[in-house]
Write a protein that binds this ligand. Sequence first.
Ligand SMILES: [Cu+2]
Length: 83
Amino acid sequence: MCGCSSKTQATAERTTRENAVEFHVGDMTCGHCEKAIRSALAERLPGAAVDVDLSRHVVRVDGDAAVVKEAITAAGYTPEMHA
Ligand SMILES: [Cu+2]
């Protein structure tokens, strides 16, 4: 058993950040939406870690919830705070 296969599985590894906020964005449906949201977030939170799960319509950002919500809304999408 070598390390190759275990390394492949580790690509799904998630970084858990204490101040990460998670939003459900129901109208984020394709790669274009993801791009628009990512660039809106990069504009307001330069350098912040952004995690997008397109299949679950979830956006995770290492930043302030109010700023994230404003950025997603300004991009034309509807963020809902995750419990
Ligand atoms: Cu789209």
